[in-house]
Design a protein around this ligand. Structure first.
Ligand code: FO1
Length: 321
């Protein structure tokens, strides 16, 4: 039998060679598990593939909320309660823009603005989103490889019952996710980012983070070649639903609207169908899965919670996949 080095990195030993983990992520819960994985794996072992379906242009700036959240969380700079944006942020520029009559429903902080200015400038001068992201990660001393799912725009659109079609941030933030959903669609058909499919094909394990399946993970899965690449890899998913409720965001209502059944870990992870080889859910939510299911403490506060869950995920995958 071939010896496989352990997935979780024992800090008392040198980094294990050759074990590669790819995490598919978007949103705050996903970024928190990613932070835990980055804490327990050697830096070169982990690649994050990040949703860019939430991206939009606001005040002339290219905003990539999930990339921002991932970068800030991995850098230890994110706002603890909100999960998005920076800790110890100020909003003087937002106040000034509101005085001019600009739209103020999307709160861009003063220091956060540097991220959007840098990105917008890099894209305008012909660099790709992948390249701009790599340079920002370097500046923030983030050692995990962070790959935007694609370099060209691919917008998530929400068809609502009463308000027609809304761009994702209009639905989520401006309308506070109140309009009932009929359908989620993706506009544009770009190729996956240059290293995305290759990273998945080389992965020893793919972790689907506790992110919203419809608007954070589906945009990645829908890119050409991604599902095919995943079908050959061991895939484990962590539930974003805990005891019937979404830890953060509108997922519980989305499940009710889109699937016509109450939110549950099974309903959320069942969305991935045959893609999954194992699941991790909140202890007590394990019943009814057709693949090995680990019950764990999946609600993550600080670093210790994140790393404990990351170890649980990696150890369970090691034993069952
Ligand atoms: N989410 C909000 O609910 N309100 C905001 O004003 C807001 C501003 C914001 C600014 C930069 C950024 O990177 C993210 C921001 N988010 C905000 C979060 C974000 O829009 C969503 O949480 C994600 O798109 C969902 O994954």
């Amino acid at each position: 039998m071939t010896h496989r080095p352990p997935l979780a990195h024992d800090r008392s030993k040198p980094p294990s060679a050759g074990r590669r983990v790819v995490a598919l992520t978007g949103g705050v819960g996903g970024a928190r598990l990613l932070h835990g994985l980055a804490g327990v794996l050697p830096p070169r072992a982990l690649t994050a593939v990040v949703n860019t379906g939430d991206d939009f242009t606001h005040w002339g700036l290219r905003i990539c909320p999930d990339l921002d959240t991932v970068m800030y969380t991995l850098a230890g700079l994110s706002h603890e309660q909100r999960g998005w944006g920076l800790a110890r942020e100020t909003f003087h520029a937002l106040d000034a823009m509101r005085r001019y009559g600009a739209e103020g429903w999307f709160q861009l902080g003063d220091r956060d603005l540097a991220t959007h200015l840098f990105r917008t400038d890099a894209l305008a001068s012909g660099r790709s989103l992948t390249e701009a992201t790599a340079q920002m990660c370097q500046g923030l001393q983030v050692r995990t490889r962070v790959l935007p799912m694609c370099d060209q725009p691919r917008a998530t659109m929400i068809d609502t019952r009463a308000h027609g079609t809304l761009a994702f941030q209009d639905w989520l933030v401006r309308e506070r996710s109140t309009p009932g959903i009929e359908r989620v669609r993706f506009e544009g058909a770009p190729e996956p980012g240059p290293d995305v499919v290759d990273a998945i094909e080389r992965a020893d394990l793919v972790v689907i983070c506790p992110s919203n399946p419809y608007v954070s993970i589906d945009p990645i899965l829908a890119l050409a070649g991604v599902r095919e690449a995943l079908s050959g890899r061991p895939v484990i998913a962590v539930s974003p639903i805990v005891r019937g409720r979404a830890v953060k965001g509108p997922l519980a209502q989305m499940i009710a609207d889109l699937e016509g059944r109450p939110a549950s870990a099974r309903a959320a992870l069942g969305h991935y169908g045959e893609l999954l080889n194992a699941v991790v859910v909140e202890a007590g939510d394990e019943a009814g899965f057709e693949v090995p299911a680990l019950g764990a403490a999946t609600v993550m506060g600080g670093r210790a919670d994140r790393e404990r869950l990351a170890r649980d995920v990696l150890d369970f995958a090691e034993r069952h996949l």
